[in-house]
Design a protein around this ligand. Sequence first.
Ligand SMILES: Cc1cc2nc3c(=O)[nH]c(=O)nc-3n(C[C@H](O)[C@H](O)[C@H](O)COP(=O)(O)OP(=O)(O)OC[C@H]3O[C@@H](n4cnc5c(N)ncnc54)[C@H](O)[C@@H]3O)c2cc1C
Length: 242
Amino acid sequence: MSENGASDYLVVGAGAMGMAFTDVLMNETEATVTIVDRHGRPGGHWNDSYPFVRLHQPSSFYGVNSRALGTNQKDSVGLNAGLYELASGSEVVTYFDQVMNQQLLPTGRVKYLPMCEYIGNGTVKNLVSGVETHLEAKKTVDATYMNVTVPSVTTPSYKVSEGITCIPHCWSSDILLSATLQLVSCIPSIPYIEYCTLETPLRTSVCQDRIKVVDGYVEIPDRPGIGVQLNEETLKSYFYNP
Ligand SMILES: Cc1cc2nc3c(=O)[nH]c(=O)nc-3n(C[C@H](O)[C@H](O)[C@H](O)COP(=O)(O)OP(=O)(O)OC[C@H]3O[C@@H](n4cnc5c(N)ncnc54)[C@H](O)[C@@H]3O)c2cc1C
């Protein structure tokens, strides 16, 4: 890093791409890098992914060149039994945090600006203070090019007019019905839901208690969590054994 804060590369995005690019620069060149990202931690969209999302490929094929993700073990239980481990979202975020704090920053050639948005022409805006700063760099690298989107941080692609009545559709097990009931019970403007009343195994045997209709109204299940207790015996009969 030069005395005036100028760097060889300004990398926009501390996701998998920006981190992998910077890692190679640190290991194969003498270059200096400033990394800017809107998120408060490295790891890109994995900061926003839903907790049940894991890698769909073995951990050992993911991440930066200089550091392994995971321990290259085969899972012995669960749906992935017999196959190489798939890191969870939180493992991926922890991994990139370690790459940043234990490898990139200690080189002294990387400057990391979290919670800062690149707004073009070398200018970044601090999302906490609102202060804009111009950064000098010989090259600007757009590591946001894949434009990954995660539904949890994306606005719907359609508009909903004022005063529209929303009637949720939840057509399968009492798990979905109970989760939907918990949500709609918090939204007074939803008068009805649409759900399956057929006596199918999905409706009758996946949960221990049946959801009741009392005086024409569906009762909101009040057990902890989403309100249902799973029927383990039924679930065992559906286990997938590869
Ligand atoms: C749920 C999910 C699961 C996936 N699973 C796999 C998998 O198993 N294996 C695989 O190979 N790929 C997987 N992918 C593909 C994934 O897109 C890539 O693996 C990789 O994480 C993408 O990294 P990225 O750096 O391109 O993007 P991102 O992770 O989106 O990082 C881009 C970063 O740029 C920042 N940014 C954007 N614009 C600006 C700006 N103007 N100023 C400052 N910062 C900005 C964002 O805040 C973000 O942190 C998955 C994708 C998703 C959504």
